[in-house]
Ligand binder design. Structure first.
Ligand code: NAD
Ligand code: IPM
Ligand code: MN
Length: 386
């Protein structure tokens, strides 16, 4: 992983003396957690593009890199170090995350502690996963174009089947029992449903679909039904509907044009966002944000560590780069976000892409191309200051 230009955290990670900064200011402090596999290959490219897009402006970004991941876990037994959550919450504006997952850690303990731990402990209840076809040739759907595939998935990100409540009984015997509880709170469901409606309204999106499996999971998703039916009454301007998740999976393939905003639970949101990603060109292109409005939030591509291509230098960095665009938009820097997205579109048009998208460039070549593009395209700095 290239660490060029990045400050390394002090040994005592929780001690990072008083650097003032919260969202939306002229400067931003970003914690970078590249993680495992291709996470460590694509994240430096996103950082490179961020540095390039901010170079002509008065908006310096400070990057601090953290080596949390499988290697550290295997070496030191440390996943999320003590004090890490408070440090991220108090000293950073945002977190740029790569991916976690390593065949040497079959339990995935480090990902549970670091990724799911941060989602939960920073209370990042919104997992925002846009699905946007950026170039017609990228969709596997016949006769679909850019205007047909443009939707956004809001995944509840702190509850459901991900809370880790459960256990095994008589493990290793023929009588073994395994339990994994689906935990849904009224507050948790309401805030993500409400967020999705508010997002639709604020962005002029007219249709919202809530998806659950309340026909089978009558208790947990009965709550989703009741909350949704109550909240939707406040949003008469939005055309809201409900689909069971199995039907949604089918409909999103049959006719993706019918969806603007989808809101669903943690597990279904995970699955439907990979399906959506593929409709828009594949996992290599899909960005996401783990957000709590107004608080330090974490941005990561939808894909994982891809052990099957890790180390080959061919991972697609566009998902991570588009994630960086989401992050700067969250920080309030719209022109930079637009400049990054324009660069990605241009790379796709020029076929300056990795093999997963049919190109012959490697990860670093794509990152270099994007960095040059945003540098060249940068408008006069004075027009881009906040
Ligand atoms: P994956 O997303 O890593 O890979 C799925 C497929 O997509 C693979 O064929 C891979 O090569 C391809 N792919 C993914 N990203 C790509 C990119 N940027 N460029 C080109 N091809 C890309 O999913 P998986 O194989 O199921 O999981 C591998 C590991 O990653 C597991 O340990 C899993 O738990 C973990 N994971 C982590 C995250 C995360 O950290 N957010 C997300 C998903 C999976
Ligand atoms: C994702 C990933 C994670 C999830 C895994 C790594 C636990 O698939 O971010 O989409 O299921 O949330
Ligand atoms: Mn996933």
């Amino acid at each position: 992983m290239a660490t060029d230009g990045m400050l390394q955290p002090s040994k005592e990670a929780s001690v990072l003396p008083g650097i003032p900064m919260r969202s939306g200011g002229a400067r931003a402090r970003i914690a970078v957690i590249p993680g495992d596999g291709i996470g460590a290959e694509v994240t430096p490219e996103a950082v490179k593009v961020l540095k390039a897009v901010c170079a002509p402006t008065d908006r310096p970004l400070e990057f601090f890199q953290f080596d949390w991941g499988a290697d550290k876990y295997l070496r030191e037994g440390v996943t999320l170090p003590p004090g890490a959550v408070e440090m991220l919450r108090d000293e950073f504006d945002a977190i740029l995350f790569g991916a976690l997952g390593d065949p040497r850690v079959p339990s995935n303990q480090h990902a549970a502690d670091i990724l799911l731990g941060l989602r939960s402990k920073l209370d990042l209840y919104v997992n925002q996963r846009p699905v946007e076809l950026l170039d017609d040739r990228l969709t596997p759907l016949r006769d679909r174009t850019e205007k047909d595939i443009r939707l956004i998935v809001f995944r509840e990100n702190t509850e459901g089947l991900y809370v880790g409540v459960g256990g095994t009984f008589k493990q290793g015997t023929p009588d073994e029992i395994a339990v994994q509880e689906d935990v849904n709170s009224r507050k948790g469901v309401e805030r993500i449903v409400r967020y999705a409606f508010e997002y639709a309204r604020a962005n002029g999106l007219k249709r919202l679909c809530m998806s659950d499996k309340s026909n089978a999971m009558t208790f947990a998703h009965g709550l989703w039904q009741r909350v949704f039916n109550e909240v939707r009454r406040e949003y008469g301007d939005i055309d809201s509907c409900h689909l069971f998740i199995d039907t949604l999976a089918m409909e999103i393939v049959r006719d993706p044009r019918q969806f603007d905003v989808i809101v669903t639970c943690n597990l279904f949101g995970d699955i439907i966002s990979d399906l959506g990603a593929q409709l828009a060109g594949g996992l290599g292109l899909a960005p996401s944000g783990n957000i709590h409005p107004g608080k330090t939030s974490l941005f990561e591509p939808v894909h994982g560590s891809a052990p099957n291509i890790a180390g080959k230098g061919i991972a697609n960095p566009l998902g991570s780069v588009l994630t960086a665009a989401m992050m700067v938009e969250f920080l309030g820097w719209k022109p930079e976000a637009l400049a990054i997205r324009a660069a990605v579109r241009a790379a796709l048009k020029e076929n300056c892409v990795t093999p997963d998208l049919g190109g012959n460039k490697d990860t670093v070549e794509v990152g270099d191309w994007l960095a040059k593009f945003v540098e060249k395209a940068a408008p006069a700095s004075s027009s881009r200051k906040s």
